[in-house]
Design a protein. Structure first.
Length: 219
Protein backbone atom coordinates (compact mmCIF):
# COMPACT_ATOMS: atom_id res chain seq x y z
CA UNK A 1 0.00 0.00 0.00
CA UNK A 2 1.19 3.50 -0.83
CA UNK A 3 1.12 5.87 2.15
CA UNK A 4 2.30 9.19 0.66
CA UNK A 5 -0.86 11.16 1.52
CA UNK A 6 -2.99 9.56 4.22
CA UNK A 7 -6.16 11.50 5.03
CA UNK A 8 -8.00 10.87 8.29
CA UNK A 9 -11.71 11.74 8.30
CA UNK A 10 -13.07 13.89 11.11
CA UNK A 11 -16.55 15.40 10.95
CA UNK A 12 -15.80 17.80 13.82
CA UNK A 13 -13.40 19.87 11.69
CA UNK A 14 -14.91 19.27 8.24
CA UNK A 15 -17.27 22.23 8.01
CA UNK A 16 -20.33 20.01 7.82
CA UNK A 17 -18.97 17.44 5.40
CA UNK A 18 -19.69 13.79 6.17
CA UNK A 19 -17.05 11.07 6.40
CA UNK A 20 -18.15 9.85 2.99
CA UNK A 21 -17.90 13.29 1.41
CA UNK A 22 -14.47 13.84 2.96
CA UNK A 23 -13.30 10.56 1.45
CA UNK A 24 -14.71 11.39 -1.99
CA UNK A 25 -13.09 14.84 -2.09
CA UNK A 26 -9.77 13.62 -0.67
CA UNK A 27 -9.26 10.83 -3.20
CA UNK A 28 -10.16 13.28 -5.96
CA UNK A 29 -7.19 15.29 -4.72
CA UNK A 30 -4.84 12.33 -4.80
CA UNK A 31 -5.09 10.85 -1.30
CA UNK A 32 -3.49 7.40 -1.23
CA UNK A 33 -5.21 6.23 1.96
CA UNK A 34 -8.42 7.21 3.74
CA UNK A 35 -8.79 6.41 7.41
CA UNK A 36 -12.28 6.44 8.92
CA UNK A 37 -11.95 7.93 12.40
CA UNK A 38 -14.98 8.52 14.64
CA UNK A 39 -14.93 7.96 18.38
CA UNK A 40 -18.67 8.49 18.94
CA UNK A 41 -20.63 6.39 16.46
CA UNK A 42 -21.83 2.85 17.05
CA UNK A 43 -20.42 -0.20 15.34
CA UNK A 44 -23.39 -0.50 13.00
CA UNK A 45 -23.23 3.18 12.07
CA UNK A 46 -19.52 2.99 11.35
CA UNK A 47 -19.95 -0.17 9.31
CA UNK A 48 -22.55 1.55 7.12
CA UNK A 49 -20.24 4.51 6.55
CA UNK A 50 -17.36 2.11 5.99
CA UNK A 51 -19.15 0.38 3.13
CA UNK A 52 -19.64 3.74 1.42
CA UNK A 53 -15.99 4.70 1.84
CA UNK A 54 -14.92 1.24 0.70
CA UNK A 55 -16.72 1.79 -2.60
CA UNK A 56 -15.13 5.24 -3.05
CA UNK A 57 -11.59 4.12 -2.29
CA UNK A 58 -11.84 0.96 -4.36
CA UNK A 59 -13.01 2.96 -7.37
CA UNK A 60 -10.11 5.41 -6.91
CA UNK A 61 -7.49 2.75 -6.24
CA UNK A 62 -6.86 4.12 -2.75
CA UNK A 63 -6.43 2.23 0.51
CA UNK A 64 -9.05 2.21 3.26
CA UNK A 65 -8.17 1.94 6.95
CA UNK A 66 -10.47 2.05 9.99
CA UNK A 67 -9.25 3.68 13.19
CA UNK A 68 -9.32 1.54 16.36
CA UNK A 69 -12.22 -0.74 15.40
CA UNK A 70 -11.05 -4.05 13.98
CA UNK A 71 -14.63 -5.34 14.04
CA UNK A 72 -15.78 -2.49 11.83
CA UNK A 73 -12.79 -2.85 9.50
CA UNK A 74 -13.48 -6.54 8.96
CA UNK A 75 -17.23 -6.08 8.57
CA UNK A 76 -16.99 -3.48 5.80
CA UNK A 77 -14.12 -4.99 3.84
CA UNK A 78 -11.53 -2.35 4.75
CA UNK A 79 -7.90 -2.92 3.80
CA UNK A 80 -6.79 -2.61 7.38
CA UNK A 81 -7.03 -1.12 10.86
CA UNK A 82 -5.01 1.47 12.73
CA UNK A 83 -4.37 0.78 16.41
CA UNK A 84 -3.30 3.06 19.22
CA UNK A 85 -1.15 2.01 22.17
CA UNK A 86 -4.27 1.49 24.28
CA UNK A 87 -6.22 -0.49 21.68
CA UNK A 88 -6.21 -4.20 20.87
CA UNK A 89 -2.66 -5.48 20.59
CA UNK A 90 -1.16 -5.89 17.15
CA UNK A 91 -0.43 -9.55 17.94
CA UNK A 92 -4.09 -10.33 18.64
CA UNK A 93 -5.30 -8.27 15.67
CA UNK A 94 -2.94 -10.18 13.39
CA UNK A 95 -4.19 -13.53 14.71
CA UNK A 96 -7.83 -12.80 13.90
CA UNK A 97 -7.44 -10.83 10.66
CA UNK A 98 -7.20 -12.33 7.17
CA UNK A 99 -3.99 -12.66 5.14
CA UNK A 100 -2.87 -9.40 3.61
CA UNK A 101 -4.80 -7.30 6.12
CA UNK A 102 -2.92 -4.09 6.93
CA UNK A 103 -2.25 -3.17 10.56
CA UNK A 104 -0.83 0.21 11.51
CA UNK A 105 0.21 1.23 15.01
CA UNK A 106 0.63 4.66 16.59
CA UNK A 107 3.97 5.06 18.35
CA UNK A 108 5.71 7.69 20.40
CA UNK A 109 9.16 6.19 20.89
CA UNK A 110 11.76 4.02 19.24
CA UNK A 111 10.91 1.18 21.64
CA UNK A 112 7.23 1.29 20.71
CA UNK A 113 8.12 1.36 17.01
CA UNK A 114 10.40 -1.66 17.31
CA UNK A 115 7.80 -3.53 19.34
CA UNK A 116 5.13 -2.79 16.74
CA UNK A 117 7.33 -4.11 13.95
CA UNK A 118 8.16 -7.23 15.99
CA UNK A 119 4.45 -7.81 16.63
CA UNK A 120 3.58 -7.74 12.94
CA UNK A 121 2.65 -4.13 12.15
CA UNK A 122 2.78 -3.16 8.48
CA UNK A 123 3.55 0.47 9.29
CA UNK A 124 3.96 2.75 12.29
CA UNK A 125 2.70 6.30 12.70
CA UNK A 126 4.64 8.65 14.93
CA UNK A 127 1.94 10.64 16.68
CA UNK A 128 2.03 13.56 17.00
CA UNK A 129 5.06 14.97 15.22
CA UNK A 130 3.99 18.51 16.05
CA UNK A 131 1.42 19.75 18.56
CA UNK A 132 -2.10 19.49 17.19
CA UNK A 133 -5.63 20.34 18.20
CA UNK A 134 -7.20 17.62 16.05
CA UNK A 135 -6.25 14.86 18.50
CA UNK A 136 -6.74 16.27 21.98
CA UNK A 137 -5.31 13.21 23.70
CA UNK A 138 -2.14 13.11 21.59
CA UNK A 139 0.11 15.11 23.91
CA UNK A 140 3.02 17.37 22.91
CA UNK A 141 4.75 17.01 19.57
CA UNK A 142 7.65 14.55 19.38
CA UNK A 143 9.53 16.52 16.74
CA UNK A 144 11.57 15.56 13.69
CA UNK A 145 14.51 14.16 15.64
CA UNK A 146 12.43 11.26 16.95
CA UNK A 147 10.99 10.77 13.48
CA UNK A 148 14.51 10.30 12.12
CA UNK A 149 15.40 7.91 14.94
CA UNK A 150 12.32 5.75 14.35
CA UNK A 151 12.86 5.72 10.60
CA UNK A 152 16.36 4.39 11.19
CA UNK A 153 15.23 1.85 13.81
CA UNK A 154 12.57 -0.01 11.78
CA UNK A 155 12.29 -1.43 8.28
CA UNK A 156 8.54 -0.88 7.84
CA UNK A 157 7.05 2.41 6.57
CA UNK A 158 6.97 5.32 9.02
CA UNK A 159 4.06 7.74 8.72
CA UNK A 160 4.04 11.14 10.41
CA UNK A 161 0.85 12.67 11.83
CA UNK A 162 0.04 15.69 13.93
CA UNK A 163 0.31 19.38 13.17
CA UNK A 164 1.34 18.83 9.55
CA UNK A 165 0.27 21.37 6.96
CA UNK A 166 1.36 22.78 3.62
CA UNK A 167 4.04 24.85 5.35
CA UNK A 168 5.91 21.94 6.98
CA UNK A 169 4.97 18.81 5.02
CA UNK A 170 8.19 19.03 3.02
CA UNK A 171 10.29 19.18 6.20
CA UNK A 172 8.62 16.01 7.46
CA UNK A 173 9.40 14.12 4.26
CA UNK A 174 12.95 15.47 4.28
CA UNK A 175 13.31 14.05 7.81
CA UNK A 176 12.61 10.57 6.46
CA UNK A 177 8.85 10.00 6.70
CA UNK A 178 7.46 7.57 4.15
CA UNK A 179 4.19 9.47 4.16
CA UNK A 180 2.16 12.09 6.00
CA UNK A 181 -1.21 11.65 7.66
CA UNK A 182 -3.36 14.76 7.95
CA UNK A 183 -6.64 15.72 9.51
CA UNK A 184 -7.48 19.42 9.85
CA UNK A 185 -4.99 20.69 7.24
CA UNK A 186 -6.95 18.92 4.51
CA UNK A 187 -10.31 17.96 6.03
CA UNK A 188 -10.84 21.46 7.41
CA UNK A 189 -9.80 23.25 4.23
CA UNK A 190 -12.44 25.15 2.27
CA UNK A 191 -11.10 23.57 -0.92
CA UNK A 192 -10.49 20.06 0.37
CA UNK A 193 -9.63 18.53 -3.00
CA UNK A 194 -7.31 21.34 -3.99
CA UNK A 195 -5.49 21.28 -0.67
CA UNK A 196 -5.08 17.52 -0.86
CA UNK A 197 -3.67 17.92 -4.37
CA UNK A 198 -1.13 20.51 -3.15
CA UNK A 199 -0.15 18.30 -0.22
CA UNK A 200 0.30 15.26 -2.47
CA UNK A 201 2.47 17.30 -4.83
CA UNK A 202 4.74 18.43 -1.99
CA UNK A 203 5.19 14.85 -0.79
CA UNK A 204 5.92 13.56 -4.30
CA UNK A 205 8.40 16.36 -5.00
CA UNK A 206 10.31 15.94 -1.75
CA UNK A 207 10.41 12.15 -2.00
CA UNK A 208 11.75 12.40 -5.54
CA UNK A 209 14.44 14.85 -4.38
CA UNK A 210 15.32 12.57 -1.46
CA UNK A 211 15.66 9.59 -3.78
CA UNK A 212 17.87 11.60 -6.14
CA UNK A 213 20.12 12.67 -3.26
CA UNK A 214 20.49 9.07 -2.09
CA UNK A 215 21.35 8.01 -5.63
CA UNK A 216 24.02 10.69 -5.94
CA UNK A 217 25.45 9.76 -2.54
CA UNK A 218 25.90 6.21 -3.77
CA UNK A 219 28.02 7.24 -6.76
Amino acid sequence: MKYDLYVVTDETVSGGRSHTEIARLAVAGGADVIQLRDKARTCSELAGIGWEIRAITRSAGAGFIVNDRLDVALSCGADGVHLGQGDMSCVVARQISPPGFVIGVSVGSVVEARNAERDGADYVAISPVFATGSKRDAGPGHGLTLLREIQTAVSIPVIAIGGIGLENAGDVIDAGADGIAVISAVVGATDLTGTARKMAAIVAERKAARKKCKGMAGL
